[in-house]
Design a binder for this molecule. Structure first.
Ligand SMILES: Cc1cc2nc3c(=O)[nH]c(=O)nc-3n(C[C@H](O)[C@H](O)[C@H](O)COP(=O)(O)OP(=O)(O)OC[C@H]3O[C@@H](n4cnc5c(N)ncnc54)[C@H](O)[C@@H]3O)c2cc1C
Length: 466
């Protein structure tokens, strides 16, 4: 990418709407720090902030391949929710009900912490605690929504949730084929671009140095008396600890390539919608909206009256490649625009003014990993499966505690201290992921065509149960 701010503004609406994008100075030679961070997204920046809050004298250097917020943090669906890529039911099945409750409770607190911390830093991130509506769009999605509430209830986590029938849903938002919805109060909508760019300025104000347009080519752990370092073409940053926070882009970094699988999530955005048309739709509460599609759909209403509509479905690329060219996939973007009209028949004809996308990082275990290894001096947090807006803040606090010897209170979280096993090598990976993507699409199509809910017994459902 060139150093031209206009090229960065083209990455997403959020970056285009986040003020000056002129890149900061790149690293210009070898440097020394207490902590060196790879990646200026939410994970790297929250970690830097939390470390500097604990010890303002720390010398923290952040190296970013492009500009702060260039990654998923500056491109996402604006959902700040208590998710980690695995349902609470699946968390309970794999790690026990106690662990599931602990994770969900920490993440619910984290949603509020994001709003609180942004305010403390004076960042106008547009944080609004709106809650989430999971809508059953068609009869085939009704059992899944009811089952989700039953699971929350069984785990003692359903407080504040409510099942809305068709009329109650329509009183909040009128969506095509809306049969039923589950309201979950634990969610907020925000402006991710302003949050991530504001955070970069906030950590600088606390004393961190951010070098942009500085790709790290290798992460080197402690070897004997040689301290850990982040290697770049312009020299190494040597530190006591290095923090790896590159999410889906780690799939390109030697030694990390099979830790995450990049799966593209794509977004379309409408023009600001006039008040008369909003009157037909409702949605004054700006709840985050989704259905139960296996191919995933997520919607948010922006503060300036647009609708953001996102979904998966773009093809996985052989070798886990991540390229700017993959951020846009016309067939998938066209499908999203068509699905939008199905969601909001009353908004037929509304214009779309932006389309973008980016890779989410999928770990083989579906659960993010927060680790700090005192032996190698390498800490890392990644693998949010497209749900890192809140979880990255938790990661920052966990890593900062682990690195300052106060990590015990997090030891029982299943994402702490565990490195996910690696993805299969190619071509197995490509064949399996493409086959799964097609199978999930067929499941969605079949449910829609027949009105029958998924059985939960197909191979694709069992393999992707998370
Ligand atoms: C289209 C899309 C929609 C999403 N929607 C949502 C949502 O609504 N809610 C939600 O919770 N989550 C969502 N996510 C996921 C969420 O945005 C991420 O989980 C979160 O932002 C991860 O933050 P991060 O800092 O770990 O990673 P990133 O924001 O990806 O930051 C990683 C940074 O590291 C840099 N980097 C990588 N490798 C190197 C290197 N070698 N050298 C130097 N720098 C490097 C990258 O340039 C990047 O800036 C979405 C993701 C996408 C792509």
């Amino acid at each position: 990418m060139t150093a031209d701010p206009a090229a960065y503004a083209a990455v997403s609406h959020w970056l285009a709407d986040a003020g000056d994008l002129t890149p900061r100075a790149p690293l210009d030679g070898p440097a020394d720090a207490d902590v060196a961070v790879l990646g200026a997204g939410f994970t790297g920046l929250w970690t830097a902030r939390e470390l500097l809050r604990r010890d303002p004298s720390l010398r923290v250097v952040v190296l970013e391949a492009e500009i702060a917020g260039y990654g998923a943090s500056g491109r996402n669906g604006a959902w700040c929710v208590a998710g980690v890529g695995m349902t609470a039911g699946e968390l309970a099945r794999r790690h026990g009900a106690g662990a599931a409750r602990r994770v969900v409770t920490e993440l619910r607190d984290t949603v509020d912490e994001v709003g609180r911390a942004a305010a403390e830093e004076g960042i106008d991130a547009g944080f609004a605690r709106t809650g989430v509506l999971r809508v059953a769009r068609g009869r085939h999605e009704v059992p899944g929504v009811r089952a989700a509430l039953a699971t929350w209830d069984r785990l003692g986590l359903a407080e504040g949730m409510a099942l809305l029938d068709r009329d109650e849903l329509a009183a909040r938002v009128r969506v095509g084929r809306g049969e039923l919805a589950l309201f979950d109060p634990h969610g907020a909508v925000l402006h991710p671009g302003r949050l991530v760019r504001g955070l970069a300025r906030a950590v600088e104000a606390r004393g961190a140095v951010i070098h942009e347009r500085t790709p790290v080519t290798a992460v080197v752990g402690r070897r004997g008396r040689a301290r850990p370092r982040l290697r770049t073409a312009r020299g190494d940053v040597t530190a006591d600890t290095v923090v790896v926070a590159g999410e889906a882009w780690l799939a390109q970094l030697p030694g990390w390539r099979r830790r995450v699988l990049p799966v593209y999530s794509l977004i379309v955005l409408t023009e600001p919608i006039g008040e008369d048309r909003w009157a037909e739709v409702g949605w004054a509460g700006r709840e985050l909206l989704s259905s139960s599609r296996y191919t995933v759909d997520y919607l948010s209403r922006t503060a300036d009256g647009r609708i953001l509509f996102g979904g998966r479905g773009a093809p996985y690329h052989f070798g886990s490649r991540v390229e700017p060219a993959y951020d846009r996939h016309e067939a998938t973007h066209a499908t999203l625009r068509a699905q939008f009209t199905d969601w909001f028949p009353a908004l037929r004809g509304v214009r779309f003014t932006a389309a973008w996308g980016g890779p989410v990082g999928m770990p083989r275990t579906w659960l993010p990993s927060f680790t700090a290894d005192p032996r190698t001096g390498i800490a890392a947090a990644y693998g949010y499966t497209g749900q890192g807006v809140a979880a990255a803040n938790l990661a920052g606090r966990v890593l900062a505690d682990l690195l300052t010897g106060a990590g015990e209170r997090w030891a029982d979280l299943p994402m702490v201290g565990r490195t996910p096993r690696r993805w299969e090598p190619e071509p197995v990976r490509w064949l399996a992921v493409r086959a799964l993507q097609r199978a999930l699409q067929r499941l969605d199509d079949h449910g829609l065509a027949t009105g029958r809910p998924p059985t939960g017994r197909t191979l694709a459902e069992r393999l992707t149960r998370h």
